[in-house]
Each structure stands twice: as C-alpha cells, then as structure tokens.
Design a binder for this molecule. Structure first.
Ligand code: KG4
Ligand code: ZN
Length: 338
C-alpha cells in the first residue's frame, strides 16, 4: 500500500509518500517561516495563500521523485484538524479533488495523531502502550496511548502551549519568530541559577500545565534588568530550566500513575536538546525508555500524515466521505476509533 500525506495545518506545507514495504519513500517540506517572521507570528491569510502556491507543486515533486502516478496510490491522507481553518481548507480541498480524480480513498487525519505517529518512522520506536508528551506550538498534552487510535488525555495546558510560551518569551527578548530554537541556543550561554523562575502548578496535584505566567515573569525580569546580552542569556536559561523541570516532573508523575513502560516525546519542542537529555537522564534509571522522532519530524511535516494515513487505511479506520471537511477545533479523544 502507498499513501500520500498532505500537511497544511499551520505554516508548513509538508508532502510525503509512505509505502508498506519500503517505508517513507519521499518527503518534501516548504516552510513559510520567512513570510511570517516579519509579522512576529503566523498571519493566517498569508499562510493559506502560500499553501495554495506550494501544495500542488510539492505533490508533483514527490510523485516524480518516487516515481509513481497518482492513481497507483492506495489512499490520500490530509490533516483535517486542528489548525488554521483557511490553511486546513487548502489541504482538504486538494486531497478531496485528487481522491476523486484518482478514485482512491480519502483519509482525514488528526494533527496530534500525526505528531504521535512521527516516532513510528524511526528504527527505534516503541510498542503500544506508552505515555506521550505532545509539546508543540499549539498544544501541550500528556496522553495515554493504549494502541493506535486509543488515546486518553491525562493532562494539558490550561493556557499557553509550551511552544507558544517559548515563542512569546523569545519575542520579549528580541529573538525573532519562531523563537523556540533561538531561545534554546541563547540559553546555552546563560549563567546557571542567576534567575529563578516559578515552576507552575508543580506543587499542586494533577497533570495539567500552565505556562502563561512564565512569560510575564520574563517580562518583569527583563524590564528591570540592564538588558545586556549576558542578562538575556541568563533569563533564557532560567526560563528553559523552569519549563523543562516542569515537563520532566509531570511526565514522571504520569508514568508513576499509569505504570506505562515508555515515554514518547513529539511536537516542535521535542527538538529541544536539553529536554531530550533531561528526560532520558531522569527516566533511564527508573527503567523507562524514552523515544523521540528525528529532529526534522518533531515540527510539522507530511511524513507523519502519510504514516498515520497508512495506519488508518490498513485498519479500515476511516469514514471520510468525498467532501471537503476540516475541524479547526478537534479533541484527540473525538477521533474515529474504528
Ligand atoms: O509542532 P510544531 O511545528 O507546531 C505545531 O504543530 O504547533 O512546533 C513548533 C514549535 C514552535 O513554537 C517552536 O518555537 C518550537 O516548536 N521549537 C522549539 C525548538 N524547536 C522548535 N522549542 C524549544 N526548543 C527548540 N529547540
Ligand atoms: Zn504540529
């Protein structure tokens, strides 16, 4: 079986083909970061227009790269939601039209299920069940994954997503957009423990997160400081330290509660080296394995959508009529389970 994956939920156009026998056989990505950087965040209308320009040419490219004709595919998977409505509509309308033209099944994918599946593209991947920490620009969740399509949300952010907190903090420090990776690089030059940031909700029971207070704390520290490059690095270090300690502690708490044997970390913030290192260092002595996708598949991409589509096609877990359907708001617990 061969499935084409289309990702257009935010500011990345990702196209890929996953094959049952050969694995991932083609993937291409176009990032809109330069378009949005000037505005300090994603401008939804510009995102939709860029997806319109890029999606079809990228589909042509991957088909040529394999090479493979469209009607030789077994299915076409696209990100149905959650995400920006206009951006989702571009992927959905193209997927729907191609599904009709090529007479192949149409499979709508939940963006967070796709992120979860990114780890399955690695040679070192977990078996079910496992705990997942999803940390992206739009979402922060702890999820019990019993099997494919069997997800229970154990905790989530009550306000900003962790990637959003990284981006907003980076913006306060003048690091541009998106600032997560830049903030992490600056933090490497920071003085340890010069500043101490609060650990939100850590002394309360439960598995929810809150990150919006950290950016306010950053603002206060920065505005009352000498604003030197070293001070910025020291603040970046303290911010990152607080976020990572919170994520590690909540993951440990969830593992203790569920007795799950492994932790999977996915989403853009999963690219953070210090987070990867801290989780491994804390969990390995407890006999818990940690799994991460390769760095390029932490952020949005088409490969994870193609793989999730393949898994749904193999199991018959899809019921998408030939219609342009998007779900800008969609809980992971509301997906089709069979
Ligand atoms: O998963 P993703 O592409 O977006 C959503 O689906 O929401 O993640 C993008 C997020 C951005 O907020 C970006 O700043 C953050 O991931 N990010 C990082 C790092 N690399 C990307 N955050 C912290 N450290 C990094 N190295
Ligand atoms: Zn994403």
């Amino acid at each position: 079986m061969r499935v084409l994956g289309i990702e257009t939920s935010c500011d990345e156009t990702g196209i890929a083909i996953y094959d049952s026998e050969q694995g991932l056989i083609a993937h291409q990505i176009y990032s809109q970061i330069e378009t949005h950087a000037a505005y300090g965040g994603v401008v939804p209308e510009l995102a939709s227009r860029d997806h319109i320009r890029k999606t079809l040419p990228l589909i042509k490219n991957v088909l040529q790269e394999v090479p493979c004709s469209g009607d030789a595919l077994s299915g076409i998977a696209y990100t149905k939601g959650p995400g920006l409505i206009g951006a989702l509509m571009v992927g959905a309308s193209l997927a729907c039209s191609l599904s009709f033209a090529w007479n192949i099944p149409l499979i709508g994918i939940h963006h967070l299920e796709a992120h979860l599946m990114a780890v399955m593209l690695e040679e070192q991947h977990p078996t079910y069940p496992f705990l997942a920490l999803i940390v992206s620009g739009g979402h922060t969740l702890l999820v019990e994954v019993d099997d494919f399509a069997r997800y229970t949300i154990l905790g989530e952010s009550l306000d900003d997503a962790v990637g959003e907190a990284f981006d907003k903090t980076a913006k306060l420090l003048g690091l541009g957009y998106p600032g997560g990776a830049a903030l992490a690089r600056l933090a490497e030059k920071g003085t340890l423990h010069r500043y101490h940031f609060p650990r939100p909700l850590l002394n309360k029971p439960g598995l929810d997160f809150s990150f919006s207070g950290l950016k306010t704390h950053t603002w206060h520290c920065y505005e009352t400081s000498d604003k030197s490059t070293q001070t910025k690095a020291d603040i970046a270090w303290a911010f990152e330290d607080a976020v990572i300690e919170t994520l590690v502690a909540k993951s440990q708490r969830a593992l203790l509660q569920t007795k799950l044997p492994a932790l999977v970390v996915v989403g853009g913030v999963g690219a953070n080296k210090k987070l990867r290192h801290s989780l491994h260092a804390e969990l390995a002595p407890l006999g818990i394995k940690t799994y991460f996708p390769r760095i390029e598949f932490c952020t949005d991409n088409g490969a994870m959508v193609a793989y999730a589509g393949h898994e749904r096609l193999v199991r018959g877990f899809f019921a998408d009529p030939l219609a342009i359907t998007v779900k800008p708001r969609w809980s992971l617990e509301e997906i089709e389970k069979n």
